[in-house]
Ligand binder design. Structure first.
Ligand code: ZN
Ligand code: MG
Length: 439
């Protein structure tokens, strides 16, 4: 399949219409027309990049998805506009199938958002199966010491240091048992390309001395919690699993007692449930959210000015010097995502927001949020900063943002910086400048 897609993209770039049609028609998979390469590029984008009007026309007539985006958030229209192929822009924008949503970004995967494991959630209450997997020679454990993962550091990246059952069996046979969480089946090894699947567990080894933990592997270390950003130093293949572990382990650490009656609780379902030990507790009657891992939704939004040429960024007092980012806030019970966005923007900046568009989301394991990324369209300009929440907020023209993103701003000694690319805020900001026609 991969080779066929490469050929399709290549022929679309070169404008070889016959070849493009032949590949699409000979493929058994209907989806080949929308196939994306590593960078998220489709055949239509390659045609748009190179001004191949005939190929673009044929792809659109064959019903290709014109709203797909590259990993950096550009649609085929953006690409055609950027390279000045106006006839392709017209072709795509006049297509009747085109829903014309400027940022339908279902293809963007945020950092912490990619988790290659099959969670096998239906197997969690099968204790016999879980026990069997715990003991398998192929099973791998990710150790956490006081919520900090046991990791290797190589090639400027942190990497999970997988530990086998035989090395930690003394812990699992001990009493009390340490907290373990079944993460799923799959492959997390960055160099393993043969796709071998094995079970992965997170294991809390906080009862051991740090020195003892270090003995599990000579080359590994316990990730320091002093550096807040260290957790963003994993390859994205592993980052999602680290997020899964950290959020669940934090839940076990902070919610040891029954929120309903205060009794002790026991861990069940391989780490995804806590059951109250008090037989009379109401939480045992029916299903109650107090028994399950907590997840806190947060809205994070890029506010776009009424003239669409500027975006609103703010500074929290705790940010590193110069850093500006999107506004954000916790959702409240009984509130829609849209209303939470409008309320938070109004509270923090005094700006009125009308239309809100969902963009993409990101699991954020500090400790267990789901960041819901939105674009918010302002109907007013005058900023009134809420000093309790923000230190500053202001409108940033597209050009200023572009200079920072392309590094020109840094060279010119810019007075502000943007969040790192691992943050969803960065993706939102990038979408705003990326969908511009005058890049
Ligand atoms: Zn209880
Ligand atoms: Mg707030």
């Amino acid at each position: 399949m991969g080779k066929m897609i490469d050929e399709l993209h290549d022929s679309a770039s070169k404008g070889q219409l016959d070849l493009v049609l032949m590949i699409i028609e000979s493929s058994k998979q209907k989806s080949v027309i929308n196939a994306q390469n590593d960078q998220g590029w489709t055949a239509l984008m390659f045609a748009a990049r190179n001004g191949r009007v005939n190929v673009a026309d044929a792809l659109i007539k064959k019903g290709c998805d014109v709203d797909l985006m590259t990993k950096s958030g550009q649609t085929a229209v953006d690409i055609a506009q950027f390279w000045n192929h106006s006839s392709i822009v017209t072709l795509i924008t006049s297509d009747s199938n085109n829903s014309n949503i400027p940022c339908q970004l279902s293809t963007v995967v945020t950092y912490f958002g990619k988790n290659p494991l099959d969670r096998c959630s239906a197997m969690r209450d099968n204790q016999e199966w879980i026990e069997k997997e715990l003991h398998q020679a192929s099973t791998k454990y990710i150790l956490f010491h006081k919520l900090n993962p046991f990791v290797l550091y190589q090639d400027n990246k942190y990497e999970i240091c997988p530990i086998s059952y035989k090395d930690i069996s003394f812990l699992l046979m001990g009493d009390p048992k340490p907290v373990y969480i079944f993460l799923g089946l799959g492959c997390l090894d960055l160099s393993n390309t043969n796709g071998e699947r094995n079970a992965w567990f997170a294991l809390d080894v906080s009862t051991l001395e740090e020195e003892r933990v270090l003995k599990f592997s000579k080359k590994a270390e316990i990730l320091s919690s002093k550096n807040k950003y260290a957790i963003m130093g994993f390859d994205e293949i592993q980052a999602g699993v680290i997020a899964q572990c950290k959020s669940l382990l934090t839940w076990h650490l902070r919610y040891k007692f029954c929120p309903t009656c205060g009794s002790v609780t026991n861990i069940a379902e391989a780490g995804y449930k806590r059951i109250c030990a008090n037989k009379d507790c109401i939480s045992l009657q029916g299903i109650h959210n107090t028994s399950y891992p907590r997840l806190d939704p947060v809205v994070i939004m890029l506010v776009i000015s009424p003239d669409k040429q500027q975006c609103l960024l703010g500074r929290q007092k705790t940010f590193p010097p110069g850093l500006f980012s999107c506004l954000a806030g916790f959702m409240e019970p009984g509130e829609t995502i849209e209303d939470a966005v409008r309320r938070e923007v109004m509270e923090e900046s005094g700006i009125k927001v009308d239309k809100v568009q969902y963009h993409t989301c990101q699991p954020w394991p500090m400790p267990m949020q789901l960041m819901i990324g939105c674009l918010a369209y302002a109907t007013s300009n005058y900023i009134k900063v809420d000093q309790n929440e923000l230190e500053a907020a202001r409108w940033f023209p597209k050009k200023e943002i572009m200079d920072i993103l392309t590094g020109h701003g840094l060279n010119s000694g810019a007075a502000f910086s943007l969040p790192p690319k691992q943050a969803i805020a960065y993706q939102l900001i990038k979408t705003f400048v990326g969908t511009s026609s005058n890049l």
